[in-house]
Design a protein around this ligand. Sequence first.
Ligand code: ADP
Ligand code: ADP
Length: 227
Amino acid sequence: MIEISNLSKIYRSKAVETVALHKVSLTIERGEFVSIMGPSGCGKSTLLNILGMLDTPTNGHYSFDDKLVFDLKESERVALRKMNIGFVFQSFNLIDELTVAENVELPLVYLKRPKVERKKRVAEILERMGMMHRAQHFPGELSGGQQQRVAVARAVIADPKVILADEPTGNLDTVHGNEVMELLSELNERGTTIVMVTHSSHDASYSKRIVRLLDGEVVSENKLMHV
Ligand code: ADP
Ligand code: ADP
């Protein structure tokens, strides 16, 4: 589903060049749950941002469902992203002025889905996440774990093929972190492909494959056995 080859990203500012990714090749099949690990500054966020079509590489190819992402027009790329990719961030990135229900509804508003369908989907998804009783609350009234559950609800409401998660438990305590990881596992078991950046080996143990980066290069790929 996702195929990148010889992907490089070089940040240039004044006289300084930073090679964030160097000739990275990676294939991710539908239904996989992949962790991307490696020390700070090794290029994890850069890779995730490129996979999410939020950033462009300096060199290399990226195909998503057999479409060459960076040969598409900007508008086509945005449409491909909105249809297929959900994001979960370390800092939740909820909109404080909107209620839980309104936050979760947003991707469907962007996709111009009819209001009746939107309300129905929001109710279903909040029910599934155990957050229905908080629908009319604002993010600031929720715990970190609850906010991340809302963020996951928002990421999955439009039924994306892929969820990209950047340190999804980074701001959570162990108990709430584990809840979020269990939620992601469950979504993966229902067929959603997940790519997650993490520092935590514990979180990575929920995934099925660990890709390790070092200085912008892939240094190992290990499949995990689950019994
Ligand atoms: P990680 O997520 O693994 O911590 P990043 O992808 O954020 O790594 O960064 C990889 C390298 O690229 C680092 O050296 C970082 O300082 C650099 N970098 C990231 N974003 C930018 C940017 N916008 N401008 C310049 N350098 C950047
Ligand atoms: P994390 O390690 O939690 O992913 P980072 O510090 O790597 O966070 O990066 C946070 C954001 O800042 C990223 O979007 C990244 O692109 C940007 N960034 C990282 N390093 C630099 C840099 N040297 N110059 C400009 N932007 C950067």
